[in-house]
Each structure stands twice: as C-alpha cells, then as structure tokens.
Design a protein around this ligand. Structure first.
Ligand code: ADP
Length: 497
C-alpha cells in the first residue's frame, strides 16, 4: 500500500466513518474544518486538522483550490471526498489528478461520463438499458418541451441534467403548468448547480427506488454488492433504506444488477459507485442515474456483506485489485438504515438548528450507528442537518425492523427538532411491515392526524422532550439527561409492547 496519509474533504458522520477505516489500515488522516467546525468531532478525530475557511461551504468544503492546497501542505497522498460537497465534481477531481494526488473515487473522465445525467443516459441507451420514457438530451425551448411532454403524456417530470438532491425537479400535471415549471426548474438548476440544462421524462406513478452497489478496480474487474431499496423518501429524498429488496425475484435481481455492472464496465468506471433505478407497478425497471461516489446508505450493504466499502475504495485508488470475486460475495440477512435528521416533520420537514442538549444513542449487538455530532454540539444552518444513521441487522426483514424499532425507541436526542418519531411511525406502519411501499409512501400516508392516532406515547414523549429542551435553554448550564427509569423512557418502552 503506497497511501500513507489521506485528507478527508468532508465533515460530519462520513468524515468520521472514513477516519475509522483509515485508522484500521494504519493510514494517517487529515481533517479539514471551517470556522464553525473548529471543535467538531471529525476535526478532533483526525491525526491532523487543517483550517480551510469560513463557515459557508463555498468558502470551505466546496472550495476546490483550498482543499488541494491543504492536501499539498499536509503532505497527503490522497483525498477522500465522502459524499456531497466536491465528491462528484469532475473539475475538482481533474485538479486533484493534475496535482499528482490520488483521488479516492473514479477518474475525472468517468465522472464526466457517468456522473452527468445526460451523458450517463446516452450511454445507458446505447447499452439498451431500459429508461423511463422521455428525452435523453436537455430541452432548450418551451416549444420542444411541450412537444415531448405531449408525446409521452402527462404527468411528466422535469429534471436538472446536473441534478442532485431533488433540486431542479418539477412534476408537471398538465400543459397549463408547463411554462412556469420549466422556468422555475431552470432557475433552480442554475442557482444550485450553475447549469440550467433540464430534461423531461414520464412521471411514474408511485414507483419504487432500487439501486445497485458496484465496485470496480483499475484492472477492469467490476462486481456488484447487491441492491438497496430506498423507496421511503420525503421530498424525493431518502430517509430509510434497506437491503435486500424483497420486491425482487432472483431473475429480476440478476437483470438489474447485471445492467448496473455493464454500465460501470462500459463507462470505464473505477471505485465504488451506485446505479439507481426506478421500478413501476408492473416491476419494469428503468435506469435513473449513477452516483459516482460512496452513498449515504452504504452501511446496509456493509452489514449484509461484511465488506468495508471505504477500505475497498482506498485499495482501488491505490491500484490494488478488488479483494473479492463476484462469486465470493456472501449476503447475510437483512439490514435497514434510518437517517435521523434535525428537522420538523410537522412543518414540511423544515431543517431545525440549535444545540444538542442531550444525546444518548442506543447500542446493541445488531445495531450500528454512524454519527457526526456529540452532546453539546451545534446543528447549524450551514450544512446538511443529518445527525445520525442508525442501522440494524436481522436474519430477515421482520427481525431487522424489530431491532431497529427497539433501538430507535431508546434513542434520546434533545435540543433540536428531529424525525425520530417519524421513523418510528414508518417502522410501525402496517403497510411498511407488509412491504407495501413506494416513493410517495410518506406523502400519501403521513399526516399529523395519523401521528396523533398512531402511538400516542410518542406524542407525550415529544412533549416531554420539548419541555426538557426549554428548561435546558433556560438553564443553559450544560447537558441534561432524563433520569434512568424516567417517565420519558418508560413511555418509549410502553410503545413497544
Ligand atoms: P436527484 O439526483 O435530484 O436526487 P434522482 O434522479 O436521483 O434525483 O431522483 C430522486 C427521486 O425522485 C427518486 O428516488 C424518485 O423518488 C423520484 N423520481 C425521479 N424520477 C422519477 C420519475 N420519472 N417518476 C417518478 N418519480 C421519480
């Protein structure tokens, strides 16, 4: 192994996750941090830390030149980008390559080809991989958009070519809505990505989101590590992911995973990547996009396969062959992850900020938690409000659901509004248990009245939490914790019975 020191161009849970694997591989780590992260867990956990700039991401975690200067100054051999920020920015990766530093991810050329929705879709079309009816190339005028929309039939979906995070996405129900949706999709795409190209495709009714984890080395070996189902979303963003997807027959799984492997191979892809598909009600599958980086939900794949994806990424970046052949990948049981966000489920999932007054996460034999914040830490408006990922493994889906529910109900988090109750509502919903889900599950089933009906204990718990938060804000004398055996804990446990 020639890599001795890695700079992690990220923050939060994923920076900590990467640091953990680096330590296990005896690789030194360099954290970068912004003004507000001087004391952050990732800054403290790394062997070295480097102040990168002011709090806004454009001046810190997104600042390409500063990150490369930091790598040079600290003598890092490689940069791991995590997810988000510069992870899928081909211009950044080109700068890294030109600086003679290894990038723990694909080559800039592969990102340009597969990370861009238009060129990835062109490649997929040439490989005869099924795609949602629509256009592959961006549409530039309202007239041409109208023509395509009429041809494929409403509802249609406008999507940003450079898209991500649901930005620039607009569902259009009828011709009358088209002009204003086109305008707003383009302007949102421009402001989010500096690229206003937009394309259009059929809006599928209540689809399911299935994605395939691939690994590819520089010698041309490409394997997959199975699928993840990520149909539980709010605002087109995932909050609960699992593997395997019980929707897939062995034959369908083989078809989808082989399309993913083919796309990666033909695109000259290296490193870890995820190929995303949608499934319609008839279980026809359609290629959606490729994410050319480590995915937030990668732990469910790690729990099922026992493979450390970050370790594989580092080995691949270092020119090593894959540690496994396809036939050596063993899948065990079922894993489910829920993302705990600082957000208000009762107010359109609006992000919540503030100091985390008390934080007592659960632990247990089949539980993994990847978290980027600590008690006393602050959730700011500068970055993604994800607090933690809680993952459970079970011998089957039912057991994984039970273990995650039990663990989540012991999760104590005060100070910021959070979606723990929403996650519990999902996990205890009969339709979720019966695997009758789709990407509109929350939109179609979640309402405040529903929350009021389903376990009332959670509401009481929320009220107690709010009171604790308030008193902590007034006292501000340090973290407070619910006493062992307190009413709050008892209520949470009651709910499980
Ligand atoms: P982004 O890159 O902005 O995250 P994606 O293309 O990955 O966008 O899609 C995110 C989510 O949007 C999907 O998981 C799905 O819920 C929804 N979506 C995307 N395309 C379609 C479509 N054609 N029909 C219905 N829903 C879609």
């Amino acid at each position: 192994m020639s890599i001795r020191k890695i700079l992690i161009a990220n923050r939060g849970e994923i920076a900590l996750r990467i640091i953990r694997t680096c330590k296990s591989m005896n690789i030194r780590t360099v954290a970068i941090y912004s003004d507000v992260d001087a004391d952050a867990p990732h800054t403290r956990a790394a062997d070295e830390s480097y102040h990168i700039g002011r709090a806004p991401a454009t001046e810190s975690y997104l600042h390409k030149e500063k990150i490369i200067a930091a790598a040079r100054e600290t003598g890092a051999d490689a940069i791991h980008p995590g997810y988000g920020f510069v992870s899928e920015n081909a211009d950044f990766v080109k700068l890294v390559e030109d600086a003679g530093i290894l990038f723990v991810g694909p080559a800039s050329k592969a990102i340009r080809l597969l990370g861009d929705k238009t060129s990835a879709r062109r490649l997929a079309r040439s490989l005869k991989i099924p795609m949602v009816p629509g256009v592959v190339d961006p549409v530039h005028t309202l007239e041409s958009l109208r023509e395509v929309a009429n041809e494929i039939g409403y509802p249609v979906l406008l999507k940003a070519s450079a898209g991500g995070g649901g930005k620039g996405m607009r569902v259009v129900q009828s011709d009358q809505e088209l002009a204003s949706a086109f305008r707003s999709a383009r302007s949102e795409a421009k402001s989010s990505f500096g690229d206003d190209r937009v394309y259009v495709e059929k809006y599928l009714a209540d689809p399911r989101h299935i994605e395939v984890q691939v690994l590819a080395d520089t010698a041309g070996n490409v394997i997959h590590l199975g699928e993840r189902e990520c149909s539980i979303q709010r605002r087109h963003q995932k909050i609960l992911e699992e593997s395997p997807s019980l929707l897939l027959s062995t034959k369908l799984r083989d078809e989808i995973t082989s399309c993913a492997v083919r796309l990666a191979r033909e695109g000259g892809y290296t490193n870890a990547g995820t190929v995303e598909f949608l499934l319609d009600r008839e279980k026809n599958f359609y290629f959606m996009e490729m994410n050319t980086r480590l995915q937030v939900e990668h732990p469910v794949t790690e729990m099922r396969t026992g493979i450390d994806l970050v370790r594989e990424q580092i080995r691949i970046a270092d020119g090593e062959p894959l540690s496994y052949r396809q036939s050596e990948i063993m899948f065990t049981g079922h894993a489910i992850e829920c993302r705990i966000y600082a957000e208000d489920s009762s107010n359109n999932f609006f992000p919540s900020t503030g100091v985390i007054h008390a934080l007592h996460p659960p632990s247990g034999a089949w539980i993994r938690e990847d978290r980027g914040v600590v008690e006393g830490g602050k959730v700011t408006a500068y970055y993604d409000p994800m607090i933690s990922k809680l993952i459970a493994h079970g011998s089957d889906r039912d057991e994984a659901i039970d273990r995650l529910t039990e663990a989540l109900s012991r999760y104590e988090l005060f100070g910021v509004k959070n979606n723990i109750d929403l996650c519990l509502w999902i996990l205890t919903h009969p339709k979720y248990r019966a695997n009758q889900v789709d990407t509109n599950f929350i939109q179609n089933h979640f309402s405040l009245q529903d929350l009021e009906r389903v376990p009332p204990q959670l509401f009481e718990a929320a009220a107690v939490a709010a009171a604790l938060t308030e008193s902590a804000a007034i006292n501000a004398s340090g973290p407070i914790r619910p006493a062992p055996g307190s009413r709050w804990r008892t209520m949470r446990q009651d709910h499980l019975r």
